[in-house]
Design a protein around this ligand. Structure first.
Ligand code: ATP
Length: 808
């Protein structure tokens, strides 16, 4: 079909160039020639009356899509449908299969059918005016309700019309692509450049790789329906049938960070390597249907990365710090973990007290030689769960995760070198990169004709892919609840998604016509991830950069890129930022509430609560102050770097508070202060006590972990009132946030309902997504309730305190 498409394109271009004796090509926008052709098109669709709005407004045919918009042009559903069809046929007619669709012979005559057909601007506008890719959502991943659309060019895609100029000029595009890629290859890896690169490496990068037609597909004379337009754009030409069985081709266009053929490593992973030494936890995963080339694409990457990492490790600056490279390789199969380098030993996943995921029993190997890395990878690959599918004889049935971690070893631990496992555990992780070869994305959808085992695999794969997207979405939205627990895969990847993280998604696609639906699903999933990555990252990156800048400043005093305790620093920030409000959050909140009255006796529960970073955004700055204080207390004996980093964490969180809680009206604090003062007085009066001016320290002060000064501040009524005021603000901010979250959740629920009511929708997708949505809803509510209860308790406590004060 590629050749056929090119031919028809050339023919159409010729027609376009010569059409109408002067043609649209030469006609000025809005010229008589253009209007006449436009009118003929509209007439052909029985929409001649719509020609006048265009003509009278003096706009040209390129604004045809505007007729579809509400309140302008076509009004009835039938008219809209006709207009839509007309646009579609104009847009794709020249690319149709054996029986090109001709709108209506009676009116178009011999020439009009192709008039302006390939005007770059014209087609670009069609795409841009009609679709919002951001409206697409989770269900597209596995089951798609194909809606006839003229184009999927994102309205946010820059220079959409440019695509068509190179569209069928693969040689030029290819040369351009090679040139682009070569530039990146030649970049040297020196220190200065590393820093620049680190700043330039996007937090989420989405690239596509199209594999060539394979022997089977060539033997079946399958068409290659995917054209790569330059190194970022690609088009999928979907063969379709109209209801009257006329064949036509629908063209879908996408734009990604890169569309690759070769040089995958140089574009995706290589730029991340220097950042691994700067505390980055990176994830690179391949996504796509079975047989689309995920394993083929992923397999060389770890080895190349290891090569570069080992090279870096030989640099004196890292050698002097005893940095070493460690490798592990495991798979997730049917929701269970297996060590691929240890006779497929079953592994357990546990979370430690700081919500760090540990894979108990996973073997890690120190590697300093690339040849050894190669052997480990081969050994692991041989142990993977594979099976045969229609599309791939050696199909991966599991998610395989290969991790390369750079760790810093302390000299003290040298004595334990003989014990491999201990050494790996005792060393601090500086940064790591995880390579994930995901199981085929469509397996979950093909449940009907598979056996029970394959169906179970499919359900698990589905769950993990949805969970993966949910996590990316939640992270991107700065959501309080990141649903890491949605699947084993996301649980395992938890630390790769928080803090200084980088994610590369390689979407692998098959080029053959019979894979079209899966290819579109893959590209839509990728597009969704890409669009997610655009919204909030610059903001978050700024925050992260400021933290990393602080860390850099501190570490620069010792002139080392990463100083001892890098992991700790990272972890602390992660914990403040990772705000999982799942089951244990509720438990913790409840236990906090239950024990709040007795915190004198259990100061640690409060401080660990604060330190664990379980607080959501919106927590009062009073709490922040306490948090900062507690953090400093906990790490009172830490190096100054740690303390600095800790306070930076608090600043980080504080910024978030301001974001969810808009600035309060000036003076409101004073007003409220009066309110509370009155309220405490009233409390005192109610107890029939006259002396309300006493400011003696209270014995009932609940903060025993604080300093004397703080105790004084907290125990004085003014200090208490200020603290309560701040908590009140935080409560209101949290309430506001909860409403925002609920609104977003309700929107998602409505969308889910609309989707499940479509004919042919997949109930299993609906169930999985609804379950996610409901747990988010519940977590959000419970969080607010706990905060409210805490605040009520605080008020009560304050009242008692004041009564005690006045009795003295
Ligand atoms: N870019 C490519 N160039 C040449 N051959 C390729 C390319 N990509 C994949 N192949 C070939 O296609 C076949 C399927 O590839 P691969 O096993 O990587 O698919 P997969 O997506 O991992 O499938 P599954 O999900 O079933 O494991 C293999 O024989 C592989 O060699």
């Amino acid at each position: 079909m590629g050749g056929q498409l090119q031919q028809s394109n050339a023919a159409a271009t010729a027609l376009y160039d010569n059409a109408g004796g002067g043609s649209l090509h030469n006609a000025e926008p809005g010229s008589d020639a253009g209007d006449a052709v436009m009118a003929r098109w509209l007439q052909s669709a029985g929409l001649q009356h719509l020609a006048s709005p265009l003509a009278s407004s003096g706009i040209d045919h390129r604004l045809l899509p505007n007729l579809l918009m509400q309140g302008y042009g076509s009004q009835s559903a039938e008219e809209k449908q006709r207009l839509f069809k007309l646009m579609r046929s104009l847009n794709f007619n020249g690319e149709s299969g054996p029986e090109p669709f001709t709108p209506t012979a009676q009116t178009l005559g011999g020439v009009a059918a192709s008039d302006g057909l390939y005007s770059p601007d014209f087609r670009g506008d069609f795409g841009a005016g009609l679709l919002d890719l951001h409206a697409m959502d989770d269900t597209e991943l596995l089951s798609e309700h194909v809606i006839s659309e003229p184009s999927e060019l994102s309205p946010f895609m820059p220079g959409g019309s440019r695509v068509f100029e190179d569209d069928f000029n693969p040689i030029n595009s290819k040369q351009e692509r090679e040139a682009d890629i070569d530039t990146s290859i030649s970049l040297p890896m020196n220190e200065k450049e590393n820093t620049t690169r680190e700043n330039n490496v996007a937090k989420i990068k989405v690239v596509v790789r199209k594999r060539p037609l394979n022997k089977k597909e060539l033997a079946k004379k399958e068409d290659d329906i995917v054209t790569v337009n330059d190194n970022t754009y690609l088009s999928v030409h979907e063969p379709k049938l109209k209801v009257d069985l006329t064949a036509y081709v629908e063209k879908h266009e996408f734009c990604f960070d890169a569309v690759l053929d070769e040089h995958v490593y140089h574009v995706t992973v290589k730029p991340i390597i220097p950042t691994i030494f700067e505390r980055t936890k990176a994830t690179c995963f391949a996504y796509g249907q079975t047989g689309s080339g995920k394993t083929y694409t992923m397999q060389p990457l770890p080895l190349r990365a290891a090569e570069d990492l080992v090279r870096q490790l030989h640099r004196p600056v890292y050698q002097s710090q005893r940095f070493k490279l460690w490798l592990s390789y495991f798979e997730i199969y049917g929701g269970k973990l297996f060590d691929l380098l240890s006779e497929r030993k079953k592994l357990c996943m546990r979370e430690d007290g700081r919500q760090q995921v540990c894979i108990v029993g996973l073997k890690e190997f120190e590697v300093s030689d690339v040849q050894v890395v190669k052997e480990f990878i081969e050994k692991g690959n041989a142990a993977r769960s594979t099976g045969s599918t229609g599309a791939n004889e050696e199909s991966s049935r599991s998610h395989a995760i290969l991790q390369l971690a750079v760790k810093k070893h302390s000299e003290l631990k040298e004595s334990k070198r003989n014990n491999e496992g201990n050494e790996a555990k005792s060393a601090k992780v500086v940064g790591k990169i995880s390579f994930i070869d995901l199981a085929g994305s469509e397996r979950g959808a093909d449940t009907t004709d598979n056996d029970r085992q394959t169906r179970i695999e499919g359900a698990e794969i589905n769950k993990s892919l949805l969970a993966l997207k949910e996590c990316i979405r939640a992270l991107d939205n700065d959501q309080i609840h990141i649903p890491f627990r949605g699947s084993k895969l996301t649980e395992v990847l938890r630390d790769s998604f928080v803090g200084n993280s980088k994610t590369v998604m390689i979407s692998c696609i098959s080029p053959n016509a019979s894979s079209c639906e899966h290819t579109l699903n893959t590209l839509r999933y990728a597009d969704r991830v890409k669009s997610l990555s655009k919204s909030g990252n610059s903001r978050k990156d700024q925050a992260l950069n400021s933290v990393s800048q602080t860390n850099k400043d501190v570490s620069s005093t010792s002139s080392l890129p990463v100083s001892a305790g890098a992991e700790d620093v990272n972890d602390q920030r992660q914990e403040v930022k990772t705000l999982d409000m799942g089951k244990r959050f509720v438990e913790k909140e409840n236990s906090l509430y239950n024990s709040a009255a007795d915190v004198n006796k259990q100061p640690s529960s409060f401080s660990s609560y604060l330190f664990n970073g379980r607080e959501e955004k919106g927590f009062a700055s009073a709490s922040m102050n306490r948090e900062r204080f507690e953090v400093k207390n906990c790490y009172g004996d830490c190096a100054s770097q740690k303390t600095n980093s800790c306070s930076q964490n608090s600043v980080d969180t504080e910024e978030k508070v301001e974001k969810v809680s808009p600035p309060r009206r000036k003076g409101s604090k004073e007003e409220k202060s009066d309110r509370y003062a009155n309220w405490t007085k009233r409390g005192a009066n109610e107890s029939n006590l006259s002396n309300t001016s006493s400011k003696q320290p209270s014995t009932g002060n609940y903060k025993t972990t604080t300093t004397d000064n703080k105790q004084e501040a907290e125990s004085s009524p003014d200090g208490d009132i200020n603290a309560i005021l701040e908590e009140e603000e935080a409560l209101i901010a949290a309430h506001r946030k909860e409403i925002e979250d609920t609104m977003e959740i309700v929107r998602e629920e409505m969308k889910l309902l609309a989707e499940v009511e479509q004919p042919g929708s997949r109930i299993d997708n609906y169930v999985t997504q609804l379950s996610f949505v409901l747990s988010r809803k519940a977590a959000s509510l419970v969080g607010l309730q706990a905060r409210l209860a805490r605040f009520q308790h605080r008020l009560k406590e304050q009242e008692i305190l004041n009564r005690k004060l006045v009795t003295r």
